[in-house]
Ligand binder design. Sequence first.
Ligand SMILES: [Zn+2]
Length: 434
Amino acid sequence: MSRRSGKMRRVLSRIFKERQIYHRSDGVVHFISMSSKTQIALAVIVGAALLWVAYASVNVVFKEQIIVAKDRDSRIMETTYSKRLHDAQRAYDDVSELNQIIKQNFDETLTDISARHQMLTNMVERKASIDAGLDALAKGLSEAGGPNGQRPTNGNRVMIDVAPGEPTPRQSRMSAARKLGAKQVRESEAKGGASEAIKAMNKAAADLYTEQMLLLASLEEKATTQREQLTLLLESAGVPTETLVTPAKISNTMLAQGGPFIDIAAGGEAAAEFYAHANRAAAAVDELAAIHKALQNVPLSSPLTVGRRFTSGFGIRRDPINGKYSRHNGIDFAAPWASPVTATADGVVHFAGTRSGFGRVVEINHGNGFITRYAHMNRISVKKGQKVSLHDKVGELGSSGRSTGPHVHYEVLYKGKPLNPRRFIEAGRYVFES
Ligand SMILES: [Zn+2]
């Protein structure tokens, strides 16, 4: 260290060795002596001055360029920032557009499901009210029992053996409904972007669609089966059902229900399929309603609800009074004197009084061409024009007119033509046992 600083001192003292500056004025020579220290001090001052001048010059010369560079940097930053802002805005717009699509899709799907649900609800409610009506009728009819007063042997209803017309297996119906559900998913995916949310929603909607289709199919199947059973039942009694029940027209079906008729051409294929099924199911329910309504006024019960004996059948027989063969236009039941004789269906009293041979007789008009006749009564308890319901008392059992003992002679007339009442009572049994 001391050796290096000694060397440095030697170099400096060699450069700045003592110097004398001479000058002459007015013939006199003067000299100034400058020591090494003085020279070093001068050199430092001059050097510092030179550095300052250099710095100032560079500053002046390059200032402009520095400003330009700074400006450029800030402009680059600004552009980058606004680009990012723009990207963010666009991303936000994309999201909100997607939301819009999802919302629109959701709204449409919900509207579809709701419309279908409303239609199904109407149909199910309508079917339930028909079923309730049929149950009430069955309960009423079961009070009188069969032709000899037989009651249902157990609480369970026995289905009457009706061969259903080409039943569609439930399995194939289910797979058909699922296929349509999948088709509906594809249709809605083609309609609006296939984001995950939309996919999930479409899947749920398709499941609901399948459920609704199955419900529709089962509704149609049940209504059709019931309608077929009731038709068969009426036909077994000799009632020509085609005159009682006019087949439902599909175009009237939805309007009759108070709902709008759905144009099956509108909407996708799956929707069209649903409404085609719905129209068919509604027609089946309509037909069931029509036959139920007709059934209300068909005399399906017995004129006696008390214990009785079936004494004489319908058709050609030997007359109990004169022994000659003649036609018996009704059936006879024997029961204790003054037993209540009751109406076999709802209707209006058409005649109440005495007729030759029949004695004291009541005739009830049930509408649709049906009239029932209750003869040989001891007393009449209704007046002409009076409204009666099933099992309302119309009189008391007696032996008036052409009679050999206490009994009721009962007739069913359809458009003036006598039909076998026993077949009606048997048919009535099927209503409460089926
Ligand atoms: Zn008779």
